[in-house]
Design a protein around this ligand. Sequence first.
Ligand code: 5AD
Length: 487
Amino acid sequence: MILKNEKLADDVFQSLRKEVLEQWPTGRAVDFEAAVKYQKEIPAAKRFSLKLDKADKEGATLIQPRAGVALPDEHIELLRFLETEGEADLLPSTIDSYTRHNRYKEAEVGIEESRTHHRSLLNGFPAVNHGVEVCRKVTSSVKSPVQVRHGTPDARLLTEISVAGGFTSYEGGGISYNIPYAKEHSLEKTIYDWQYCDRLIGLYEEAGVTINREPFGPLTGTLVPPCISNSVAVLESLLAAAQGVKHLTVGYGQCGNVIQDVAAIKSLRKVTEDFLREHGFGDVTVTTVLHQWMGGFPQDESKAFGVISWGAATAALAGATKVIVKTPHEAMGVPTKEANAAGLKATKQVVSMLADQNLLNLKEVNEEARIIEEEMRAILAATLEIGGGDFALGSVRAFAAGVIDVPFAPSKFNAGKILPARDMNGAVRLLDTGNLPFTDALKKFHKDKLEERGKAERRPVSFQMVVDDIYAIGKGHLVGHPQGGAR
Ligand code: 5AD
C-alpha cells in the first residue's frame, strides 16, 4: 500500500468494507441505502453541521459536554439530563476504552456486568456492541444533535455503526487519534484507516446527508504549541476533504494565555480555510471548537469552576463556534450527571455574558496570530515537500523527521525532539525547536521570549522551566516561576 491523499477507489473501499463489517456481528446490520434514508428523516434542528453553521453566522458559541455510560437507557437518561438541566446545545456520546481498542469481547463483558451491578462499569458508551438500532434509539431520544467522541486509532466499524445509527457528527483523525493515544500503531496505517472513515462520510455527503467531522484538536493537551496542533488540524482537514467530507470543525485546546489562545483560534480558522480553498476544497464549511483546559485539574470543585470559567471566557473571546466543557469532577474521573450539568451551566453563564465581546481584532492578537500563521505555513510547506507533493505521505514522513512534533506524545512514530515552556505571560513557546522547519527569525522569537523569563526569574533558560510549568497548575498557577505565583 502506498499512502496517497486521493479519494479511495470504489472497489478498494467496497472490498475493505466487507472485512470491516465482519469485525463484529453488529456490523452485518449496517445497510447503507437504509441508513441514508434514515439519516434524511432526521429533522434539520438535530443536524450537527446546520446548528454549527447557524451559530457561526450569529457569532454565538455553543456548549457541548462529554458523556457516556455502558447501558442504553442510562445513557439516554444522561443525555436528556444534560440537555434539559445542563442546557447543552450539542450532545456527545463518549465511547468506552475497550471499544476504542477494538476489544469488543471485553466491552460485552462490561455491558453484562453493568447490568448485574446496576451501574456503569465501562467508561463510555460501547456503540459497536449495541449496534445500529440501539444507536438510533439514543440519537432519536434527544432534541439536540449528537456526536460520537472517542480516541480510536482504527475506527472504521465504529464509524459505520455510528452514522447508520443516526449520529450527525464524528470526532477524530488518523493523526490526532494516533500520536497522543497509541504507542505502536503505525501512522501510515491509521491515516489509511481514517481515509476509510472519511470516504464513508463522503459517500453519505454524495447521497445528500451532511455529517460534521471534527479532527481532535488538543493532541496531548500538555504545553502543545498552537502551530503544532493547528498544523495537524489543517492536515486532517485536507485528508478528510480529499475523501469527500464537506463539514469540518477544527479544534484547539486552551493553553491559558488569552492572547495566544484567541490568536490560535483565529489563525486555525484562517489557515484551514486558505489551504482547503487552495487545494480545491473551497466548498467545505469550517467552524471552530475550543477545548477547555485539558491538563491537570484541581481537586477542589470551586477551583475547578475557576478553570472551567476561564476556558468558557476564552472560547467566547476567541469567537469559537463551540466549546467542549469540563466538569468539577475532572480530577476524580468520570463525572456524575449533576457535576457534568454544573460545568455546562457555569460555561453557559460566562459564554452568554460575553456574547457581545471578542478579542479577535486586538493588536496583540493580530501580532500573535501572524506568528502562529507563519509557523504553520512553514510546517505545512515542509510537510508537502517531504511528501513529494502529497499531504498523506508527507504527514507520515514529517512525523518521522520531526518536521511536525507533538510534545509528550507516547507514539514511537513521533520524534519527541521539541521542548515547550511558558514565557513571562504564560504563552507556550519553544525552548528547543527540534527539527521544526522554522526560519532563524522564528527561532529567535522563541529564544527571546524565554530569555526574558530567565532574566526575570534570575535563572538560565533550561529544562527545569518545563518541569516547573507542568507542576505549576497543580499549585494554582499557569507559569512555573520558582518563587511561586509572583514574578
Ligand atoms: N463521561 C464524561 N467525561 C468523560 N471523559 C472521558 N470519558 C468520559 C465519560 N464517559 C472526559 C475526561 C476528560 C476528557 C478527555 O474526557 O474526564 O476530561
